[in-house]
Design a protein around this ligand. Structure first.
Ligand code: KG4
Ligand code: ZN
Length: 345
């Protein structure tokens, strides 16, 4: 079975083709991506209307690229999957509209996917895929969650951010240091030249006793520190970046370890854009090695948004029988959509 996946929830247009082979893990046949980062950079963040228009421009050429890369024809597609939510409504509608038009024209079923389930299952595309059950640390620009994952469609929320997401903390701190958008990669690059102990920044909710996160206070502390530095900020920027990254990473690592303790599970999966952070990976690897816990990451280029994770998650849902694709093309999107709602399906 060949599943085409279309991702358009935010500022990346992604299209990919995966194939299920028996009961083994689905295989990625082709993957194409266009990032809108350059376009949004001038505005310091994603402009939703521009995002939607750009998805319209990119999605069909990307789909053609995927077909030609894989040698597949339109008629070979068995299912068309798209990101139904969460995300920007207008951006989601582009992927949903194209997927349903394609499905209707081909007489093939469509499947509306949850973006976070895509991230969650993206490590199954790596050379070292995990096995169920595992603890998942989902860290993106919009979400910071710890989940217990017992199988496809079996997700239990263990804790989440009560305000900003980890990626947002990176982005907002980077912005006030004048590092541009998206801030995570830029801040993390600069942090390599700084001293992570230079500034004492708060580790919000580190000792809260639960698995929730809070990053809004950290951003305020970075702002206060930046103001205090005044003209010295430029010279101390790398130290401030390193200290900010250290605070975010420490909280993410400690809470992940607590989640492993609470669930008595021995496997951790890290997914979402912040999962590309080198420092986070190094510290998680070190801490988990000490405890005999296996850590799995998506391939670096599949950490941020892409079509492959949507095609993969759709193929895994269909293969495991938790969902069937339908030939109903009356699409709707879900800009807000808690992942736990999938369990009822
Ligand atoms: O998963 P993603 O592509 O989009 C959402 O679904 O939100 O995640 C984007 C987030 C942004 O906040 C970006 O700054 C962050 O991931 N990010 C990073 C790194 N690469 C991307 N944060 C820290 N270090 C990185 N290397
Ligand atoms: Zn994402």
């Amino acid at each position: 079975m060949k599943v085409l996946g279309i991702e358009s929830s935010c500022d990346e247009t992604g299209v990919a083709l995966v194939e299920t082979r028996g009961s083994g893990l689905p295989v990625l046949l082709a993957d194409a991506l266009h990032s809108q980062i350059d376009m949004h950079q001038a505005y310091g963040g994603v402009v939703p209307e521009l995002a939607s228009r750009d998805h319209i421009r990119r999605v069909l050429p990307l789909a053609e690229m995927v077909l030609s890369q894989s040698g597949a024809k339109l008629a070979d597609l068995d299912v068309v999957a798209y990101t139904r939510g969460p995300g920007l409504a207008g951006a989601l509608l582009v992927g949903a509209g194209v997927a349903c038009a394609l499905g209707a024209a081909l007489g093939k079923p469509v499947l509306g996917m949850h973006h976070l389930e895509g991230h969650l299952l993206s490590p199954f595309l790596s050379a070292d895929p995990p096995q169920f059950p595992f603890v998942a640390l989902l860290v993106s620009g919009g979400h910071t969650q710890l989940m217990r994952v017992d199988g496809v469609g079996r997700y239990q929320l263990l804790g989440e951010t009560i305000d900003d997401a980890a990626g947002e903390a990176f982005d907002k701190s980077a912005k006030l240091m004048g590092l541009g958008y998206p801030g995570g990669p830029a801040l993390s690059l600069l942090a390599r030249e700084g001293d992570p102990r230079a500034f004492k920044l708060p580790r919000p909710l580190l000792h809260s006793g639960n698995l929730d996160f809070s990053f809004a206070g950290l951003k305020t502390a970075v702002l206060t520190q930046a103001k205090k530095l005044g003209e010295q900020l430029e010279a101390r920027k790398a130290d401030l970046a390193a200290s900010t990254e250290a605070a975010i990473v420490e909280v993410l690592v400690k809470k992940s370890l607590a989640a492993l303790d609470n669930t008595a599970l021995q496997r951790l999966v890290v997914a979402g854009g912040v999962g590309a952070n080198t420092n986070l990976r190094a510290q998680l690897d070190a801490a988990c090695a000490q405890r005999n816990v296996r850590v799995h990451y998506p391939e670096l280029h599949l950490c941020t948004d892409n079509g492959a994770m949507i095609a993969m998650a759709a193929a895994m849902r269909l293969q495991s029988g938790v969902q069937t694709a339908t030939e109903v093309y009356a699409f709707d999107v879900k800009p807000r959509w808690p992942l736990a709602e999938l369990n009822a399906a």
